[in-house]
Design a protein around this ligand. Structure first.
Ligand SMILES: Cc1ncc(COP(=O)(O)O)c(C=O)c1O
Length: 390
């Protein structure tokens, strides 16, 4: 290992949302914060160097996006996923969620149906509800081993008349890396019913234990023709604070309309640091990422072994992708508010609250495992003590 993911980095002067905003969500920041999805690891040195070199120039004026920028995004996709997206259909977004919100506002009407599969990253429901569109939920199916699959019959029934399907690929929080066959099945339903797809692939670089990411737009030409893909280096390289993502549109007309809207709001440019950081990440960050993935798999294994041996009341899943572990805590027999209060007040740990992820999330916890193993060990040991002294 060249990189030390065991190092505990002091984030107290980092203005980190996971500490500062914990007060808003959990009533205290005196907790181990395993909720919001960013990493406690220093990013790849090549990215830090690129940002430092840019900072040393001392001029932070308006930034022009060199063609190399989207080329680096395209080349990365080809190298990692075997999918070469068209740079002419790429556009900048200050984040995946704001990009999604803009697409819904621009390409659907109030009251139009948008379908999602819960439990899922809760801003999917929020963007639909907050834009006055009608939220349609097709629940995922969960087997007794905690393995999730899509319910195609339910999806087909509910997707009738929907304008968009927001797909989480791979899936946060249940950790599925959807296979080509699964994507084909749900994609063909969308083709048949005339439902366009927004495929959120923000976690697609975080593939664990040899699982391969399949880009929805690579499944078939028919599916590619209705699929807009959202990608970003933010989860992969811990750059969420730089706020830059890429949207690969299904056609040039929609891309042009979207970019025109970005320009009207004067948010079409990268900031100077996200520009160099993204290129550095995609051009030179691969060795760092490959080591990170090994470390993350080790963290997931540690969680499973710890819970099996010392905390059987918590049943963690085995995520195929993402750094998020989805834990079934229903054996504790608590309601959602009680569970949250218990974790925060008795164990001193802030997990993501399962209920926030919608249908099927009640009684679950989401643990962000992108931190040194010692942090996870401390959090689980505190949980163990709290649970066994109830
Ligand atoms: C599936 C998914 N999409 C989007 C985001 C957030 O993206 P952004 O910060 O670019 O809006 C997250 C963050 O956790 C996520 O898990």
């Amino acid at each position: 290992m060249h990189y030390n993911f065991d190092e505990v980095v002091d984030r107290s002067q980092n203005y980190a949302a996971k500490f500062e905003e914990a007060v808003l969500h959990y009533g205290t920041n005196n907790v181990i914060p395993l909720w919001i999805a960013d990493m406690d690891f220093r990013t790849a040195p090549c990215i830090v160097d690129a940002i430092k070199a840019r900072a040393d120039q001392g001029i932070f004026g308006y930034t022009w996006r060199t063609p190399k920028y989207f080329e680096s995004v395209a080349n990365w996709q080809q190298k990692r996923n075997g999918w070469l997206p068209d740079v002419d259909r790429m556009a900048f977004a200050p984040g995946v969620v704001p990009g999604m919100r803009m697409m819904l506002t621009m390409f659907t009407q109030p009251g139009d149906k948008v379908i999602i599969q819960q439990p899922v990253y809760h801003p999917f429901a929020d963007v639909v509800n907050n834009t006055g569109r009608e939220l349609v939920v097709s629940p995922l199916k969960r087997d007794e081993n905690g393995y999730y699959t899509m319910d195609y019959a339910d999806f087909e029934k509910k997707a009738q008349g929907a304008k968009y399907f927001i797909l989480c690929n791979p899936h946060n929080p249940v950790g599925r890396a959807w296979t080509k066959e699964e994507l084909r099945k749900v994609g063909e339903i969308c083709v048949r019913l005339g439902v366009r797809i927004i495929s959120d692939e923000i976690h697609s670089d975080l593939m664990l234990d040899g699982h391969k990411h399949v880009c929805m737009a690579s499944v078939s030409p028919e599916i590619a023709a209705i699929t807009t893909t959202c990608i970003a280096p933010s989860k992969t390289f811990n750059l969420a604070g730089l706020q830059s993502s890429t949207i690969v549109f299904d056609d040039v007309e929609r891309k042009d309309a979207y970019v025109a809207e970005l320009k009207k709001m004067d948010i079409a440019r990268n900031n100077c640091f996200s520009l160099v950081a993204t290129m550095a990440a995609y051009e030179h960050g691969e060795p760092w990422l490959d080591e990170l993935l090994v470390y993350l798999s080790g963290n997931m294994r540690f969680i499973r072994e710890f819970c099996a041996a010392r905390l059987p009341e918590l049943k963690p899943n085995t995520p195929e992708a993402t750094y998020l572990c989805w834990i079934d805590a229903r054996a504790l027999g608590m309601g959602d508010e009680e569970l949250k209060k218990f974790c925060v007040e008795k164990a001193g740990v802030a997990f993501g609250e399962g209920a926030e992820f919608g249908f099927g999330g009640s009684g679950f916890l989401r643990l962000n495992a992108a931190c040194p193993r010692v942090t996870i060990e401390k959090a689980l040991t505190q949980m163990e003590k709290a649970v066994h002294s109830r």
